[in-house]
Design a protein around this ligand. Structure first.
Ligand SMILES: Nc1ncnc2c1ncn2[C@@H]1O[C@H](COP(=O)(O)OP(=O)(O)OP(=O)(O)O)[C@@H](O)[C@H]1O
Ligand SMILES: [Mg+2]
Length: 368
């Protein structure tokens, strides 16, 4: 205390009021109501707090941190501001309710037809999210033609602990693929019930560790696996991959319609393999027509294919390349779309929680 010329003490209310004027441009709300201000301490003219982002993949994180800093610094009587930046990924609360697994978000990567680059996008998106600092897993749900394992260069048989399969690891990701469990081609005839139980096992009988994002690589088309996945787990958002050609519209329409039918929010469309040969624009046009966000355009780049073939995705083999940056940018957009959905979704009601508690106890209880 210096005594003498007393300045009015800075109040918490003044600081919060100043912070309420800072709007997160992606989420469209102020940082206080979004719960992003933690551990606020005021000590004379020194204000300190933690600024908690809804995802480490927030593209504007430094700019936003500066905005909250400056907003508080402008409050009369504030001499210094200490902001600690952190991130806590917003969760889709429905997942834990339904699955009892520590997964905050599920992203399904889909397309209307085969060979457009779903697996490539899924793998690089997962690594990109991890590069941003998130905890990420990838599930290869292409039971008929698994290749996430190949693209990540990971093989082996998962260990079993407490009756659960332990995911393998690659580039910091938790990885699970039917490719680890059955010889190539064996699952080709699986349909209906068998397929459903395989997907169920992948979700329920895997010892998934805590993760912010589970990326699911879907099989081509819009068939049984989609239905099973959506029945077994709340899918937070779906991403549609398409090509630059004009047929992209028809393909994206199918994939988007399938997600909508299953009540999976469509995060947007990615146009893959853009370039001289295939041109560009089909994906963007499809996004406009279907009124879903256009997430971005990945160039046709031989390094992408080589990366997939050699088990070293481009984000690993050429992390500084333009194409790698495109994936980082896509990851960030997707993470923000998920944050938006989770911020806007009402908390599960008491009834929903109760209903699920009964489900978790298992059938039979209380029925006799
Ligand atoms: N942007 C790109 N540039 C160059 N090659 C690419 C690009 N995207 C994907 N590829 C290549 O195209 C082929 C098909 O990609 P991928 O296997 O990811 O497609 P998919 O949609 O998952 O196929 P499927 O429907 O069979 O599961 C692969 O050889 C992959 O390396
Ligand atoms: Mg694939």
């Amino acid at each position: 205390m210096l005594g003498g010329n007393k300045e009015p003490a800075v109040t918490e209310e003044q600081v919060l009021n100043a912070l309420r004027k800072v709007i997160d441009p992606d989420l469209g709300r102020d940082v206080v109501s979004l719960g992003m201000i933690k551990d606020l301490k005021i000590d004379g003219g020194t204000v300190s707090f933690t600024f908690e982002l809804t995802t480490p993949a927030c593209p504007l994180k430094d700019q936003l941190t500066k905005s909250v800093h400056d907003a508080v610094a402008a409050v009369p009587g504030v001499k210094s501001v200490k902001v600690k930046q952190s991130a806590q990924v917003k969760e889709d609360a429905r997942i834990e309710l339904k699955l009892n697994a520590p997964i905050r978000n599920v992203i399904a990567v889909s397309s209307g037809k085969g060979g457009v680059g779903k697996s490539t996008v899924a793998v690089n998106l997962a690594i990109a999210l991890a590069r941003w600092g998130a905890k990420v897993g990838i599930l290869d749900a292409d039971i008929y033609g698994p290749n996430v394992n190949i693209m990540l260069g990971v093989s082996g048989t998962p260990m079993v602990e407490n009756k659960k399969l332990v995911p393998l690891r690659a580039y910091g990701l938790q990885v699970m693929s039917i490719g680890f469990l059955v010889p190539p081609g064996e699952a080709l005839l699986w349909r209906g019930a068998l397929l459903h139980s395989a997907v169920k096992q992948f979700l329920e009988d895997v010892a998934w560790e805590e993760m912010d994002y589970l990326v699911v690589d879907m099989p081509p088309g819009t068939g049984d696996t989609h239905l099973s996945l959506a029945q077994l787990i709340p899918v937070t958002g779906g991403v549609v991959v398409t090509t630059p050609q004009t047929v992209a519209l028809a393909d994206s329409t199918r994939a988007t319609a399938a997600f909508k039918k299953l009540k999976v929010p469509v995060l947007g469309i990615i146009e893959n393999m853009a370039g001289d040969i295939f041109g560009q624009g089909g994906g963007e046009l499809a996004a406009q027509k279907l009124q879903v966000p256009f997430l971005g355009r990945i160039p046709l780049d031989p390094a992408v294919r080589i990366g997939g073939d050699t088990g070293q995705p481009i984000l690993v083999s050429n992390p500084e390349s333009e194409t790698a940056k495109v994936f980082l940018d896509l990851a960030s957009k997707i993470a923000m779309e998920l944050s938006k959905l989770n911020v806007e979704r009402p908390e599960p009601s008491k009834e929903e929680r109760m209903a699920n508690m009964k489900l978790n106890i298992g059938p039979g209880v209380g029925t006799h």
